[in-house]
Design a protein around this ligand. Structure first.
Ligand SMILES: *[C@@H]1O[C@H](CO)[C@@H](O)[C@H](O)[C@H]1NC(C)=O
Length: 216
């Protein structure tokens, strides 16, 4: 009995700590993030109400088409709390994803959010991988939505004739993005060639060559 009570108390304590650290449940109507302050446990401190302006809650950062003239032929414009502080503590954000014909949003992970996307223009192949390596993918046209579970590797490639445009929504104000290739091969300081060579079962020279593509 004694141990049962102890267990219940422990569970209550754990759940309280969990709520304190991870809850996305704001204690106020809004908390326009003060971008000059460092992020605290789960967001930015609130700007004083008297300093809050209309611009804090409206954001035109996704109006402009991204520049896809790069090696991948894609560009992601982020509308997260760091750009749009009205999102602070609301647990949501959006990205604009422009992809040139043949362009690729390379395999990446959002460590802090699931993603729901909507195809506004073009034809894209969207795919993600489960932890046990099952590959789920589908060709999507205008109007289709997709769901990428939190933390899983995913990508999008424009397989249409024209440009593609996707709007993605996240259940985090700052989902984070880990691009698998550049994370491993473009790290600073660099991961030793022998580690990458062994991990990918290739010669060290191959690992070094791929690193060269991601340096700088
Ligand atoms: C797009 O990026 C390329 C490569 O960085 C640059 O040369 C070009 O001027 C940019 N285009 C626009 C419209 O900014």
């Amino acid at each position: 009995m004694d141990s049962l009570i102890r267990l219940v108390c422990l569970l209550m304590l754990v759940s309280q700590i969990y709520q304190f650290v991870f809850a996305d449940d704001p204690l106020q109507d809004f908390c326009r993030g003060d971008l000059t302050a460092p992020p605290s446990i789960n967001g930015l401190p609130c700007k004083t109400s008297s300093e809050v302006t209309l611009e804090d809650f409206f954001f035109d950062g996704l109006v402009t088409e991204g520049n896809t003239s790069n090696a991948f032929g894609s560009d992601v414009t982020m509308g997260n709390v760091l750009k749009f502080p009205g999102l602070n503590t609301q647990g949501m954000s959006m990205n604009r994803v422009d992809i040139a014909p043949g362009g690729l949003v390379p395999p990446h992970i959002h460590p802090r959010a699931g993603e729901s996307g909507f195809v506004l223009e073009g034809t894209v192949l969207v795919g993600f991988l489960t932890a046990d390596k099952v590959f789920h993918s589908k060709v999507l046209t205008v109007g289709w939505m997709f769901a990428i579970p939190k933390g899983l590797v995913h990508f999008a490639v424009n397989i249409g004739e024209g440009k593609a445009l996707i709007l993605s929504a996240f259940n985090s104000q700052l989902p984070g993005t880990v691009v698998v290739g550049s994370n491993l091969f473009g790290a600073s300081p660099a991961i030793p060639d022998e580690v990458l060579a062994k991990a990918f079962q290739v010669e060290e020279s191959v690992a070094a060559r791929i690193k060269g593509k991601f340096s700088g």
